[in-house]
Design a protein around this ligand. Structure first.
Ligand code: SRM
Ligand code: SF4
Length: 572
């Protein structure tokens, strides 16, 4: 990157923050406002929180000249998505006492609490830590929650892979004492010169950094949306190592062609003993070569596109001091979850439950939150958050299974897995009313949109066909929309860009099919394609593949690969 360019303002903030302290403690103590300063908000992210305001209330509060209805989102890291029943009960309690009575299961296997007010923030974070969970590095320019395929039924391999994800998470957690000082009343570091961030350094990373670990044939963690992924290679039932994938990512800005989603490159293979070293060095290469002048061009995907995947691999080898091996073969089948009961070789059972939009709430006669709390109170296994915002009640012993089943029946949870293949494969990001970046509804609207599309699907006899559908309120891509077969990406209130043709295994980006369509235009636009698919698909052909073969989406336009940011296909 050009040295003459001015660094992004966040870079100065990080340098001057004294390892992420800044004036956060003072800002939290200031009771004259429910919010924090802009700089404090930026630093707060490294501690796992975002300042937000209820957007449903904005206009009214403005009219009455009131400060925005500020509250905070707390993101709780759950490496590999595994939580104990005790931790679940604590999340449930904290969500009632301090948040908006819901628990949000995120697309990165973490918990979120929304609506925590400033004066309760410290106490909530302290109590989260008391439950042996934390929020440090859940957000900010550091490595985030490490994702891992949660299925424990291939017991040995999964146990090894999960352990590796937890080790990775611990290895890449910032070392700063600021978190303990600010939230847990830890002892103050007398001289911050004594402090060190051996991996990150004083300015941490140029931008957020994300890691996932996949166990083929499942790509449930969507490796192509991550800066770095490890794909487990299992030969003759044994884990022999991992392929390394780098440079995936989703976020883009409408109309700005320099920003785009990107699939990761698979650059090689390492044995399990080298994983931590490889991850650390990938992070360090990005630390040293990522663009610190422009935050919209600062993710690893742009470092790799600017310099090439071969350059990146060479640099990685140089940092490692040895060459990574050539990548090994693997196949992904899909990026969804497998619902219902699965039994493992040890006789334990695991139930994957569909949680619409990842929102655990008692609503409209479906008391999901209460039901899960009741299960947590008797459960002797664990809970596993999936990367698709669903929940696995895992490691249920044969003796416990009838009791868990009875509670699932009582609270109507077992029915959740009998929804259509479309709904079971849906993801919606949070969007309104809490997300400050939302341009249109997502979590609150996708269930209705799916119900309408389901009518067409049912009439065509496709109820049991798995079709991935994702909706986000803006193009930042929190629901990984660009990797689904059908995607709606918010443009403006009530308007969405429609993307089609993503790979069913999350291995091909979709393409823009129609721009800024209204809710009323969704069915007339999709219906003919779904009917055509039902009549003319070949054996086993997926919807995402069909729309390309049938010519609705072209692989190239005017001889060039179709760009996700160009005007809609139909307009060309
Ligand atoms: Fe995200 C920003 C929610 C997964 C890309 N994301 C946000 C913020 C914090 C908005 C903000 O900055 O003010 C959203 C908070 C909304 C709210 O009220 O909760 C938000 N992101 C989410 C979650 C909760 C969506 C969900 O419904 O589950 C997910 C939390 C994951 C976690 O536990 O850590 C979430 N975000 C993702 C993913 C998917 C993934 O990582 O697998 C992506 C796309 C992958 C990627 O990073 O490329 C994603 N979020 C973004 C971006 C765009 C980043 C970029 O490179 O351009 C932003 C905006 C930004 O960073 O400037 C963003
Ligand atoms: Fe907010 Fe956009 Fe992310 Fe949805 S995709 S949560 S609207 S930032």
């Amino acid at each position: 990157m050009s040295e003459e360019k001015k660094l992004a303002s966040n870079e100065y903030l990080k340098i001057e923050s004294n390892y992420l302290r800044g004036t956060l403690a003072e800002g939290l103590a200031n009771t004259s406002t429910g919010g924090l300063t802009e700089d404090e908000q930026q630093l707060l992210k490294f501690h796992g929180c975002y300042q937000q305001d209820d957007r449903d209330l904005r206009a009214n509060r403005r009219k009455h000249k009131l400060e925005k209805a500020y509250s905070f989102l707390i993101r709780i890291r759950v490496p590999g998505g595994v939580a104990t029943p005790k931790q679940w009960i604590e999340m449930d309690r904290l969500s009632t006492e301090f948040a908006n009575h819901t628990i949000k299961l995120t697309t990165r296997q973490a918990f979120q609490l929304h609506g925590v007010i400033k004066t309760q923030l410290k106490r909530t974070i302290k109590e989260i830590n008391d439950a042996a969970m934390d929020t440090i590095a859940a957000c900010g320019d550091v490595n985030r929650n490490v994702m891992c395929n949660p299925n424990p039924h291939q017991s040995e391999v999964h146990a090894e892979v999960l352990k590796m994800s937890e080790d990775l998470s611990a290895h890449l957690t910032p070392r700063t004492g600021a978190y303990h000082e600010i939230w847990l009343d830890g002892e103050k570091v007398v001289d911050s010169k004594d402090e060190e961030e051996p991996i990150y350094g004083k300015t941490y990373l140029p931008r957020k950094f994300k890691i996932a670990v996949a166990v083929p044939p499942s790509n449930d963690v969507d490796i192509h949306a991550n800066d770095l992924s490890f794909v487990a290679i299992v030969e003759e039932g044994k884990l022999v190592g991992y392929n390394i994938a780098v440079g995936g990512g989703m976020g883009m800005t409408h109309g700005v062609v320099e920003t785009y989603p990107r699939l990761a490159d698979i650059i090689g293979f390492v044995t399990p003993d080298k994983v931590l070293d490889a991850a650390e060095k990938v992070v360090m290469v990005q630390r040293d070569f990522g663009d610190r002048t422009n935050r919209k061009h600062a993710r690893l995907k742009y470092t790799i596109d600017d310099r090439g995947a071969d350059w990146f691999t060479e640099k990685l080898n140089e940092y490692l001091g040895y060459d990574i091996e050539p990548a090994r073969d693997f196949v992904f089948d899909d990026n969804g979850d497998r619902f219902g009961w699965v039994e493992d070789a040890n006789g334990n059972s695991h139930f994957t439950l569909f949680v619409e939009g990842g929102r655990v709430v008692d609503k409209d006669g479906y008391d999901l939150r209460t039901g899960l709390r009741k299960i947590a109170e008797i459960h002797t296994g664990d809970f596993r958050l999936t990367a698709n915002q669903n929940l696995q009640i895992a490691n249920v012993s044969p003796e416990q299974r009838p009791k868990v089943q009875a509670l699932m029946d009582e609270y109507k949870m077992a029915d959740s897995v009998h929804r259509s293949g479309l709904r079971l494969n849906s993801i919606a990001c949070v969007s309104l009313p809490t997300c400050g970046l939302a341009l249109a509804e997502a979590e609150r609207y996708l269930p209705t949109a799916v119900s309408e599309i389901e009518e067409v699907i049912e009439a065509c006899g496709l109820r049991h066909d798995a079709i991935t559908i994702r909706m986000t309120g803006c193009p930042n891509g929190c629901g990984r929309p660009f990797l689904s077969e059908i995607a709606f990406v918010g443009r403006a209130p009530g308007k969405y860009n429609l993307y089609l043709g993503g790979g069913h295994a999350g291995d091909r980006l979709n393409k823009l099919y129609r721009e800024a369509i209204t809710r009323d235009e969704i069915i007339p636009t999709l219906k003919p394609l779904i009917e055509d698919y039902a009549k003319n698909r070949t054996e086993g052909e997926k919807f995402g593949d069909f729309v390309i073969r049938a010519g609705y989406i072209k692989a190239t336009v005017n001889g060039k690969d179709f760009h996700l940011n160009l005007p809609a296909q139909a307009a060309l």
